[in-house]
Design a binder for this molecule. Structure first.
Ligand code: ZN
Length: 151
């Protein structure tokens, strides 16, 4: 990756951290779940409003490091309007990319702007920061009520 591109990605992450999209409680949510990453102290709560199997709206609350906040902001932006099954495929792809797997993933959708988080694969401690909100969203889909932990 060129250093220009790296700087761009860095600035996108910083922007989403400073100005998170879809931040706050979602009125009329149908699904909720909480997640916690004890390694870093990141906490997140995801609110979902489903219309059938489509994510009609999604938001999050919580406090955490820049990576976890930016990941939650980018994920909620990306998930909105998608079917649950599409979001699950996106998660498989995202997890593969941040964990540095070289699987083809040809059947999985492109990451789009989520690609800016791909750099965390160079920082194994940060992978859980980036995936916490995804695990939490999956729990919300399943309407599990316990707090999801990355441990
Ligand atoms: Zn973190």
């Amino acid at each position: 990756m060129s250093s220009d591109l790296r700087d761009l990605y860095q600035s996108v992450i910083l922007d989403h951290n400073r100005h998170p999209r879809n931040f706050g409680k979602l009125e009329g949510s149908s699904h909720e779940a909480e997640g916690y990453n004890p390694l870093c102290g990141d906490k997140v709560k995801v609110y979902l409003r489903m219309a059938g199997d489509v994510v009609e709206d999604v938001s999050f609350e919580g406090s955490g490091c820049a990576i976890s906040t930016a990941s939650a902001s980018l994920l909620t932006d990306s998930a909105k309007g998608k079917k649950r099954e599409e979001v699950e495929r996106l998660f498989r792809r995202f997890r593969g990319v941040v964990m540095g797997e070289n699987g083809s993933g040809a059947e999985d959708p492109p990451l789009g702007k989520l690609e800016v988080l791909a750099g965390v694969r160079e920082f194994p401690m940060r992978v859980k920061c980036a995936t916490l909100v995804w695990h939490t969203l999956m729990a919300a889909f399943e309407q599990r009520n316990e707090t999801v932990s990355t441990e």
